[in-house]
Structure formats: C-alpha cells, structure tokens
Design a protein around this ligand. Sequence first.
Ligand code: GUN
Ligand code: ZN
Length: 447
Amino acid sequence: MNDLLIRGRVLTFVREPEGIDDGDSYCFYEDGAVLVRNGKVAGVGPYRDVALQAGQGVSITDHRPHLVLPGFIDTHLHFPQTQAIGSYGAQLMEWLNTYIFVEEQKFEAPDHAAFIAGRFMDELISNGTTSAVAYCSVHPESVDAFFTAAEERNMLMIGGKVMMDRNAPDALRDTPERGYDETKRLIDRWHGRGRARYAISPRFAITSTPEQMEMSRALVAEHPDCYVQTHLSENEDEIAYATSLYPQARDYTDIYARYGLLGRKTLLGHCIHLSDREISVLAETGAVGVFCPTSNLFLGSGLFDRDRFSRLGARHSVATDVGAGTSFSMLETMDEAYKVLHLQCQRLSPLSSFYMMTLGNARALELEQRIGSLHVGADADIVVLDSRAKSAMELRMQVARSLAEELFILQTMGDDRCVVEVYVAGRAMKRRRETFGAHMAKELEMS
Ligand code: GUN
Ligand code: ZN
C-alpha cells in the first residue's frame, strides 16, 4: 500500500493536562502532517519535515484548516440499543423492563443483529469514534454480528455477550453453564482475531445469580487478558435491589470484589453513588469507573463525582452509554460532562476533555501503545474536525483566540457535522461511506 500523508492542524496528547493552559500535555502542529504506512503512523510533525519521509507515489490529503486528532474512543455503550435511544420517561429499572428488555429480544434474529451492527459501526465512524467497548445482547449471534461488522471496517472494537440468568424475560435469560460455554466459545472465536478484543460481560448483579457470578469468576481467571464489563451503582433503587440479592456483601462494589471481577481490565459503568470505601476498592484493584454523562442525566441517575475519584486515586474513563445515552457523539458527551461537573463546582477544561476522549480512554483500556494518540507506531485511527461546520460555530470562531477556545467551541456546539473525515487503520471511512450511500440511493431510485 502506498504512503498516505494527511495534512492539517495536528493535535495529539502526550499526558493528562494539569490545567486550562498546560501546553506541555500535547503536541500541536499548525501546519502539520501524519504519515500513514500500512495502517500505522509512520511519521508525525510539521508538514515540511514529515513530507520528506514519505515514499514514492505518496498520496496527500490536505485537510487544512481542519484539526487532525486521534480517533475518539467510547468506553461503554450497548449496540442492541441503537434503535431504543430516546425512550421516554423512566428511570433505570422501569426503562430496562419497559423498553430495553423488549428491544434486545430482536437480536435473536441474525439478520436483524447484522443490520444493526453495520449501522452501529457506521454511526460511530460518522461521529469520529474509531474504537469502542460495547455490550451485545445475550445471544451469541449478536456478538458474531458485532465483530463481523467491526472486522469489515477493520475497527479495534471490544465487546461481549451479556450474561443474565434472572430478573429478565425468559427469552433473554441464559443459565450459568450456557453463559460460561457461550462466552468461552466467543472468546476462542474472536479475542485477538485482527483488532477484536473480548469483554466478559455479566450485565449487573441484579440479572446474575451467585452461580453465574461464580462462572464469571472462572472466565476471568481463565482469560486474564480479556476485559470485564458490568454496571455499578447507577440508581438508588438498583443499589437497594442489588445489595438485597447479595446480603453477605458489604456494599454493591463488594459483590463484584467477592467474585474476583475487579482488576485493571474491569470497566464499571456509572459508579455514581459510591461510598469512599467503594471508590478506594476501585483504586486498590485498578478497576475503572466509567462516567456516562448523557445517560446519567437522561435516566435521572445522578452526578458522577470525578474529583472524588481523583482524590481517592481511582481510575475513570468517559462514555456515551447509548441507548440510555442520548448521542453517539463524544463531543456532545463531553458537553454534558462539562455541565455535570459544573453542577458540582468541578471544572472540565477543554484540553482535559479532548485528552479524555483520546489518550485518557486509551489508557483506561491499557491500549495507549496502539490507539488514542498519534505517535510513530500507533494504529492510524484519525478524526478530522471542522470547527466551523455550523453557521453559529463559524460566527463564534471569528472571535476565538486560542486552541483551547476552539476545542471548547467544538465540544459545546459540535456534533457529527464537525467530523469531516475518519481514518480507520489508515483508510478513509466517512466520506467513502457517504459517497457509497448516495450511489446506492441513486441505484434504488432508478430501479
Ligand atoms: N444496568 C444494567 N443494564 C443496563 C443498561 O443496559 N443500561 C444502563 N444505563 N444501565 C444498565
Ligand atoms: Zn450500560
């Protein structure tokens, strides 16, 4: 494959920003370039330097004046809930029972699973998200559909079949043995194949019996390089119910701790109502609390306390949590994150936001060698952003004076319309799909 030189205003983080204007936390090249060779970053820096490294026959795509960043990473969402976004009026348990456990039953049909998986990946790409950690439904077919759609696009995706053997409709329940066997088969089939990674996924303590939690413990012990994902402390009624089902546990976090599910590869969705003791357990084990701002507001769940996580030394990441989350856009997600933190007198600087969507989330997944920044040797997952994509943005940008201000405008006013192009392992994916989509529409019109 020929080299590709992507020219633009290149921004990539090297560490977590320590303040609103921490210029040492990132590299920024006003006339910069990323050289892509065999799907990897082969050079990054000022355009005139990087251009010299390009081989014969290099193709050049000039995105100036747009920003060129690492692709966004989403650390928690549900692919079978793609068509359930915006389901009205209920808090967590009622929302699950009324809408979600109905919607997820459709994924028994492989055709439906394949259709939604394809649209789900395209939606992520449209929004500039190149990697994500997703729950599939209880059906192994949904996992096959998920990883097949990711593989077709060469995306680094993490996912797994939810295990649930109680408190759900018959059609969505497995058993401890079936959950174990099916997960094992799926790990054998998908984990480490191309860019696919598996997440062992007991949905949450309410929908798994102690027997299923024991099976989850065995899976985690047998596959220490897989991820683990579940939900923790999202909603007051949920917490009361979960802890009543596990009376020996000290608190909700202790349920997962007792079954050996907490470690550096564990992602715990929500973590809103935790005690200091529970957050300290996360800090000791290295488990990651996942902040899902649009979801937490939409379901009326509560406010994630980032500063308490930091003070107690616990790790956190950020995510959309579609379909309780109301947008696939990480820009819109960070807009809501800013407000959630503001309500608690906590600040989220634009540099921190863009760090979190990229290198911060990559570190939470321990994948920072591969994704989340544009260093030489990284996978060439790249997003190109137009800070003037909407007329109101263009007007606002006329008076913007700094890179940080531009980033804040993107986060506050931006959405998928700002995503000009997305490269997945060096291949342009967004405009290609839009052109292909238009072509298909024309063919259909003519037939
Ligand atoms: N807790 C258990 N399952 C879910 C889910 O699908 N979405 C959310 N937001 N919370 C959950
Ligand atoms: Zn979730």
